[in-house]
Design a protein around this ligand. Structure first.
Ligand SMILES: [Zn+2]
Length: 283
């Protein structure tokens, strides 16, 4: 009898120990925002402990999986939230492989559709795996622990088939402690104008430059309203689009905004400790 009690005590101790080491390992995780270097496209990983938000998946499944493998805890096979800003291949193709390899808690989209093979594969995978999908627009909010994310564009439910993919991109603002990020997908000037007219607060510290630095985005009024300290451009070296354009780079330099480009420095990593986010690539 005595032996049995000590076995039970021992087993209980082991369970408690395992629980606390798990808590220590994942619980103290700082918020990390990583602009993954996925070539010509976008993919942004927002992670705290074992919880992730993944915005877009870049143009290649192989690259995306390699990047996630580098940053996710090795035992973590679930991404809590995936946001597809719009269904263009340079944002969606990598997500197809993610949906094959990970469990996805929920997918946020605008509902925009696209008549492409990669879009069809994506829809089939979501249905096959029974991943929950939710259409969102301005006002939708995501909260976990002290991380808050708010959708500020599109302004309402979009017409799925007739929509303008780039200008219907999901734009989201993330607030954490003292810092804020704005993720802009591939919006161009019509969407920038709608956002400015909406009166939403887009004044942030860190701005993901829209549409890889295209000249049709990042207008003067939009940059002035956002007035970031740092701008992040997700782009590949020698791409055929001429991204980022001199016009956008010039407008950023004129405002003394520090520019960080994935084609120059690879993954751009922000680590937030005690509510303050710091760019790990900054000198
Ligand atoms: Zn794009």
């Amino acid at each position: 009898m005595k032996n049995r009690i000590s076995y039970i005590t021992f087993a209980a101790l082991l369970i408690i120990l395992a629980y606390f080491s798990y808590q220590i390992f994942v619980g103290v995780g700082h918020l990390q925002v990583v602009f993954l270097d996925v070539g010509q496209g976008d993919s942004i990983l927002i992670q705290k402990g074992t919880r992730q938000i993944l915005i877009d998946g870049g143009p290649s499944g192989k690259t995306e999986l390699a990047k996630l493998g580098k940053y996710l805890p090795y035992f973590d096979d679930e991404i809590e939230l995936v946001i597809l800003t719009h269904p263009d291949k340079d944002h969606l193709a990598g997500l197809v492989e993610v949906a094959r390899s990970y469990k996805i808690g929920k997918v946020l989209t605008t509902g925009a559709e696209k008549d492409t093979q990669v879009y069809k594969e994506w829809k089939d995978l979501l249905a096959y795996n029974k991943f929950e999908t939710m259409e969102v627009w301005r006002g939708a909010e995501v909260k976990f622990e002290d991380v808050r994310m708010k959708v500020i564009h599109p302004q309402g439910k979009i017409d799925a088939s007739a929509g303008d993919a780039n200008n219907d991109s999901i734009v989201a603002r993330l607030d954490y402690g003292e810092n804020s990020f704005l993720f802009t997908g591939d919006i161009e000037s019509p969407a920038e104008k709608e956002i400015l007219d909406s009166g939403e607060d887009i004044d942030v510290d860190f701005l993901k430059i829209a549409h890889h630095g295209s000249k049709y985005s990042s207008g003067e009024a939009f940059l002035d309203a956002a007035s970031p300290e740092e701008a992040i451009i997700s782009v590949s070296e020698n791409n055929s689009y001429g991204h980022p354009t001199e016009a956008v780079l010039g407008a950023l330099k004129k405002r003394n905004i520090n520019i960080f480009r994935t084609d120059e420095i690879g993954d751009i990593i922000y680590t937030c400790i005690k509510s303050k986010c710091k760019n790990q690539n900054a000198k």
